[in-house]
Design a binder for this molecule. Structure first.
Ligand code: ADP
Ligand code: MG
Length: 274
């Protein structure tokens, strides 16, 4: 059986303003899961993931990280295991050069000078950011900013990588790079949790989808099932990926498994022709 890394038990979170953003959420996340969390703005996606590394604490209920209550663990140690990439890159960057930005986490986590150097070199090569090392992060274009914030978390290879709306504002090259990063982390046994509004991207880059609506999880399953669940999608005000919709239209809604990519679609209809 897969190891459970994160578990929430009746998790409730009420902000000081009185808004209850999570209304009793029960969720288990397993090693090597490749999860997308989807749902309307304000449904509680960011609030739930911020509990996974202790950035937020439950109002009631519990969050367990590796079986231990997050209120009993140090935030610094949890953020070494669970790396969180903010939705807005400007909220994550606080150094005056990209190089300092990339070195910050490894240094903070006690890497030696050599380990820090090696870790930074590896992500710089992986993400093609050598040319911007001496640039002030806040002067970068949006895609590069986003890439740098992802790189700054990859330096310490967290067990769990959380990406909060990583595709928003990314250009095509950035999306390809993001896909490669997700694949690499997944292949190496890490757990990846992505929040996204881009259903086409979600369909092609998740093994499991969690649907949130008004502070609750209303569905949790494989993309092939989730994108056929019309009542759930309607409640969450989400539409299936375009290619899924096209297949649904052609089949009059009679399929048992959602088509998730153009490749899926072509394979299916080629078979029908032959
Ligand atoms: N720092 C905060 N203070 C008060 N309310 C907040 C805060 N962050 C989020 N909320 C509220 O909590 C609810 C869930 O927000 P959030 O988790 O950010 O949703 P999502 O990420 O799905 O858009 C919303 O009603 C939002 O307005
Ligand atoms: Mg959010």
């Amino acid at each position: 059986m897969k190891e459970c890394i994160i578990q929430t038990q009746d998790l409730v979170h009420t902000y000081p303003t009185g808004v209850t953003a999570l209304k009793g959420v029960n969720l288990s996340i397993y090693r090597n899961d490749k999860i997308s969390i989807i749902g309307q703005n304000g449904s509680g996606k960011t609030t739930i993931v911020r509990h996974f590394n202790g950035l937020l604490k439950p109002t009631s209920g519990k969050v367990l990280l590796y079986g231990t209550d997050t209120t009993q663990q140090k935030v610094g140690e949890m953020s070494r295991k669970v790396g969180y990439v903010f939705q807005n890159p400007s909220h994550q960057m606080f150094c005056t050069t990209v190089k300092d930005e990339l070195e910050a986490a490894p240094k903070n986590f006690g890497f030696t000078a050599q380990e820090t150097k090696d870790a930074v070199e590896e992500v710089v090569e992986l993400m093609y950011i050598k040319d911007v090392l001496n640039v002030h992060p806040l002067t970068l274009d949006y895609t590069t900013k986003k890439i740098v914030t992802i790189a700054s978390v990859l330096t310490f290879k967290p067990d769990v990588l959380i990406l909060d709306e990583p595709t928003g504002g990314l250009d095509e090259a950035g999306r390809v790079m993001l896909t490669n990063i997700i694949e690499m982390m997944h292949r190496n046994g890490h757990t990846v949790i992505m929040i996204s509004h881009d259903m086409d991207y979600v369909a092609e880059n998740s093994d499991r989808i969690i649907v949130m609506c008004e502070g609750e999880i209303i569905d949790d399953g494989v993309p092939e099932d989730i994108f056929l669940n019309a009542p759930v999608l309607q409640r969450a005000q989400l539409e299936p990926p375009q290619i899924t919709q096209l297949d649904l239209y052609l089949e009059n809604g009679n399929q048992s498994r959602a088509i998730l990519s153009v490749k899926d679609f072509v394979d299916k209809y080629k078979q029908n022709i032959n």
